[in-house]
Design a protein around this ligand. Structure first.
Ligand code: GLA
Length: 689
């Protein structure tokens, strides 16, 4: 068995796949593996069990620095050589970490200036992980030297199928407020603004006596007594993301000098990490890879998983991507670490695959017995190979083998959702009209309603070409540039259907309010103008003429060409529009001026979807059944994931891959199970992202 290492080559805005020589194209199945935590006799058992499970891609050396460079003057590659050889002999591909994610104690002792400083000026110390300042030239010097040593030693090794730069860059150290970072921030600002005058204008420093007269006066947004300058905070978010990206590029360039294997790093497209603008990062990785963990702190962890997978596919511009980490069961870092019920890990995994992943990997292979992750689940749990969990891992390995022909196929979608990390940062700044409006919640609400309607969504960057879509949804795009707004408007005027939700189009890239009425940049498209936001208190709500209720937000809206779809029936805005529809050019602009209850939102979107001519893949509403199509040149692959307690039945014709059985007219999916049917191209879906 060999693994197809797939290199994603990027042109301006198209990523295409280029395979290298292989016998069999399998889906990737793998894990993080930390053999340095185990005596060598365990390694042989690991190889036997990895082979039994069909594991073909193993990430090693992720936290290897202290092992391979135990002292500044001493490299010791003996153990890493041995484990790479062992994996190679067992025909298991290596996803080789550069080892730089956590500096060893000798480095932070010798150079305490590499340690990160948080916004109150206090240092964060070693003893955990990732304790380094992204701007530190000293850290970069040492980390790049290690990267070069690893790249020289293993760059041509046939086992190395993929390079794994550092680990989850920015997971803990996204922001550093030290003096070195302040200098780097100033340089970044000079590159962005060139003159102090333009910085002062962009930051609105006429407010509160904040005008700068020298670059040296500018600081990162350290903790202040009052609220801070929002544009300063926004630029610090941008700078911080760019800073770690430049670090990534530094390592990637070194690797590419010594190796032709593809280079990536594991993104964190998830609800609780907001710090990196992955639209900026994605063009720099050869294969998009994401880490995803179910987050039980959210209202709907399952829908968030699907959203994250769709967003990751968006970063890959529709090309296949790799799920680099997920968990077999519980994690260790949430307040209550819920286990997965039998079948849940299979459903989670195949949801990622349905939504474009060509590989499913886990943190980690063998559960640790020490350290803060010793209660984190693993493919091989403390209970060992006789455990039910390990049996589930074997089942997943077999399922991925059965699905290998889907490799390279692309997800079918007719709807785009415009998603922006910049808008996320800006929406969630201090001093907004209501703390109940959180960007990611608003995105998830719209996404969940479409999920429940059985509509697959592509997640796209503001400014992306929308012409292939029947419908575009724009949730809470508070910050939008003129150009990005124009693309959406042009799409509608040439026949597209657009839904915009409240608190969109409000500010430009400097967080400067657009004058003349809300929702600023989308006023023409939507044919409305609002003069005042009237957020609701606590659990207050308003009755609407449609029968739905409005929560969280209302605004004083006047029609400027649009028609009212639903108006307020209670409160001081009674009789005024809450939901509107505007014929715009050849297309339509819908505006949601309040937060509809879940049922009302789904009903509203059902109307929009029908008018836009979007086909739900299956009428799955209320059935907890997820249906997604991946398409190859020859076939459609219909994934049906039944999350519910009841049997699901769908019309289908073809061949079911997981159970190798013909499907003739009807497909039955038992509760909790997954089916994947190879079938002819459906004429209903002509859009493939
Ligand atoms: C992240 C890290 C891993 C591990 C897991 C635990 O994904 O990359 O090293 O800590 O979290 O969930």
């Amino acid at each position: 068995m060999t693994i197809e290492a797939e290199l994603t080559v990027q042109t301006d805005d198209v990523r295409t796949s280029v395979g290298s020589s292989h016998d069999a194209a399998l889906l990737e199945f793998g894990c993080d593996y930390n053999p340095e935590q185990w005596p060598r006799e365990v390694w042989a058992e690991d190889m036997r069990l990895m082979r039994e499970a069909g594991v073909n891609l193993v990430a090693i050396n992720i936290f290897g620095w202290a092992s391979i460079q135990p002292k500044e003057s001493e490299f010791d590659f003996e153990a890493l050589d041995a484990i790479i050889e062992l994996l190679h002999q067992n025909h298991i591909g290596v996803n080789l970490g550069t080892g730089t994610s956590s500096p060893p104690p000798w480095l932070s002792t010798k150079h305490p200036e590499i340690l990160p400083v948080v916004d109150d000026g206090t240092t964060r110390w070693p003893g955990g992980r990732q304790a380094w300042c992204p701007s530190s030239p000293v850290f970069r010097r040492y980390a790049f030297a290690l990267t070069e040593a690893v790249a020289i030693r293993y760059g041509q090794h046939p086992a190395v199928k993929l390079w794994h730069v550092s680990n989850e860059l920015g997971c803990h150290n996204a922001y550093c407020f030290c003096d070195v970072s302040a200098g780097a921030f100033r340089r970044w600002l000079i590159a962005r603004y060139a003159t102090l005058d333009s910085l002062n204008t962009a930051w609105g420093t006429a407010f509160w006596s904040q005008r700068y007269s020298d670059w040296s006066e500018i600081l990162p947004p350290r903790l202040t007594l009052s609220t801070s300058n929002p544009t300063q905070q926004l630029d610090f978010d941008r700078f911080s993301s760019d800073e770690l990206l430049s670090y990534y590029i530094g390592e990637a360039e070194i690797l590419r000098r010594h190796s032709s294997a593809p280079v990536t790093t594991n993104f964190m497209v998830t609800a609780h990490i907001t710090s990196q603008d992955y639209w900026q990062w994605a063009p720099h990785v050869d294969i998009v890879a994401n880490d995803h963990y179910l987050d039980h702190r959210l209202a709907s962890p399952l829908h968030e998983l699907s959203f994250a997978a769709d967003a990751t596919r968006g970063l890959a511009l529709g090309s296949p991507w790799i799920l680099m980490e997920q968990s077999v069961g519980a994690v260790n870092w949430q307040p209550r670490n819920l286990a997965k019920v039998p079948g849940e890990m299979m459903r989670n995994s195949l949801t990622h695959v349905a939504r474009g992943a060509d590989g499913v990997c886990f943190f980690q292979w063998r559960a640790s017995i020490q350290g803060s992750e010793k209660f984190h689940s693993a493919m091989l749990p403390h209970a060992g190979e006789g455990s039910e969990k390990f049996s589930e891992v074997l089942e997943l390995g077999a399922a991925l083998q059965a699905l290998k022909e889907i490799r390279g196929s692309r997800v079918v979608s007719q709807v785009a959702l415009v998603f922006s990390w910049e808008a996320w940062w800006a929406t969630d700044l201090d001093s907004r009209p209501s703390e109940d409006v959180r960007y990611i919640d608003q995105v998830h609400r719209v996404y969940t309603a479409l999920w429940e309607l059985g509509v697959t969504v592509d997640v796209v960057q503001p400014g992306a070409d929308l012409s292939a879509y029947a419908l575009v949804v724009v949730p809470c795009l508070y910050l939008v540039t003129d150009r990005q707004a124009q693309v959406i408007e042009d799409y509608a005027s040439s026949g597209g259907h657009v839904v915009v939700t409240f608190f969109s189009g409000i500010v430009d890239e400097d967080d400067r309010v657009r004058l003349g009425g809300y929702p600023g940049a989308f006023r023409e498209l939507l044919g409305v103008s609002s003069e005042e936001f009237q957020p609701l208190a606590g659990d207050e709500s308003r009755a609407l003429s449609s029968g739905a209720r409005g929560h969280v937000w209302t605004e004083v809206t006047s029609l400027r060409g649009a028609e009212t779809v639903a108006s307020y029936e209670s409160g001081s805005l009674a009789g005024r529009p809450a939901v509107t529809r505007n014929s715009f050019g050849e297309g339509v602009g819908w505006y949601l001026g309040t937060q509809l209850d879940a049922e009302g939102l789904t009903q509203f979107l059902a109307t929009v979807v029908a008018e836009a001519g979007v086909h739900a893949i299956a009428p799955t509403r209320g059935e907890d059944v997820e249906v997604v199509i991946r398409r190859s040149d020859d076939n459609d692959y219909v994934f049906v994931i039944n999350h519910g307690d009841a049997e699901a039945e769908l019309p289908a014709q073809g061949f079911e891959l997981l159970h190798s059985s013909a499907v003739d007219g009807a497909l039955t999916v038992p509760p909790g199970e997954v089916r994947v049917v190879r079938t002819a191209h459906s004429p209903n879906y002509d859009t493939v992202s």
